[in-house]
Design a protein around this ligand. Structure first.
Ligand SMILES: [Zn+2]
Length: 400
């Protein structure tokens, strides 16, 4: 995704997605196309930019409230349809999530309040000036009133109780004070999808493409949110041992690139652990392989190509969620899993995803016992060396 950094606030980088420029150019072209003057087009584009300043402030509202709860924000990206503040994690305490979600729309309430007060103080009209339309339509009213009403609309839109809108999070947080987090997410997501269907129907009846677009956006946003929450609740208390790949190809430092290519073509693995006497030296990725092939030829020694310790290593008793965060932030897509220094498995995002699919399919069948059986059976090929009961986690799967 191509995006441009336009600055930073409170140490958080703010980015513009490339499609945002299309929007600006599109609006400018539209104004000129409908015969407006260049001045009118500049004012139109200026209004769009002002709206997006309000959106950035809205996102900063989320980010700075999250910071108060020690949740850092990776960055803020502005898309044509709105902004996204990527929080490092979502706090599990419902009340914290509630305040973080509410803080965004609260910023727009404040902006609308200030604009309203300024307009009244200067004796201007609260009538908005039309954004797009004929010359007389876009000449009456006040452009500041337009901005004020747009902020009011942003509050209303964001507080719709549907994921991925803030209102969906507020609803989930409120439900989660009464029930299990995963169940609260499921319910909130169902409400969101129900609303999306209503929007979609309404959009079809009155033939409003924007409404249909919002409906599709909300529908898939709700589904994604509930899947992520499911993933979080399923990985809670599950050790890496239960989700790791146990059948995989290994390479020896004395192997040649030719051997590696053979392994690459023979199976579906893309990254190969390089092992000597049971100890992991590093991971040879497909990308490294291709680069080395063009630079050093097929006789090159694997030991000379792979950087020692290039991938972080996890213990098999590490909790899946912790390892998961490491996979996402590490340079490697594959984490070697060790027990007492010896390589026993590999952890890949795909494999974790497969485990989740199996679990959620079984959960939908209402078979809690089977979920546990799959998780246990997969981990049972090996005993827990430390003696601590890592299996206890599987029993903590949320009841649905
Ligand atoms: Zn928001």
């Amino acid at each position: 995704m191509k995006r441009l950094k336009i600055g930073s606030a409170a140490g958080i980088g703010i980015y513009l997605h490339w499609t945002f420029w299309l929007l600006i150019v599109g609006i400018f072209a539209f104004y000129l196309y409908q015969g407006s003057t260049v001045t009118a087009a500049v004012i139109g584009v200026g209004l769009v930019l002002a709206i997006f300043v309000c959106v950035v402030l809205h996102e900063l509202g989320h980010a700075l409230t999250a910071r108060r709860y020690d949740v850092p924000t990776r960055d803020i990206t502005i898309y044509p349809i709105g902004g996204v503040a990527r929080l490092q994690r979502i706090p599990e305490e419902p009340l914290k999530e509630f305040w973080i979600a509410v803080a965004g729309p609260a910023v727009n309430v404040v902006i609308a309040g200030i604009l309203g007060a300024l307009i009244l103080a200067t004796g201007d009209t609260l009538m908005p000036r039309a954004f797009i339309g004929s010359e007389e339509m876009t000449s009456g009213g006040s452009i500041w009133a337009t901005l004020m009403w747009i902020n009011v609309a942003l509050v209303g839109f964001n507080l719709l109780p549907a994921f991925p809108m803030d209102g969906g999070r507020v609803l989930r947080a409120l439900l989660a004070t009464q029930m299990d987090y995963a169940r609260a997410t499921q319910l909130a997501a169902n409400v969101g999808q129900g609303m999306a269907v209503l929007f979609g129907l309404l959009g079809l009846i009155i033939f409003n493409p924007i409404l249909i677009f919002i409906a599709v956006f909300v529908f898939f946003g709700a589904r994604q949110e509930s899947q992520q929450a499911m993933m979080r609740s399923l990985t809670r208390g599950v050790p890496v041992r239960q989700a790791m790949l146990t059948r995989f190809a290994k390479l020896h430092p004395d192997d040649t690139l030719d051997d590696a290519i053979e392994e690459l073509l023979a199976g579906s693995d893309q990254d190969f652990p390089v092992v000597e006497d049971g100890h992991i030296i590093g991971v040879l990725t497909r990308k490294q392989m291709m680069q080395a092939l063009s630079e050093q030829g097929r006789d090159a020694r694997i030991g000379d190509i792979v950087e020692e310790g290039n991938c972080a290593v996890v213990e098999d008793t590490t909790m899946l969620r912790e390892a998961f965060e490491r996979v996402q932030s590490a340079a490697c897509n594959t984490l070697p899993v060790v027990r007492q220094g010896e390589l026993v498995g590999l952890l890949t995002l795909e494999n974790v995803g497969e485990l989740m699919m199996i679990s959620s399919a079984l959960r939908q069948a209402g078979n809690q016992r089977a979920v546990r059986k799959v998780l246990d059976a997969h981990g049972n090929g090996s005993e827990t060396p430390t003696g601590e009961s890592a299996d206890g986690g599987a029993a903590r799967l949320p009841a649905s």
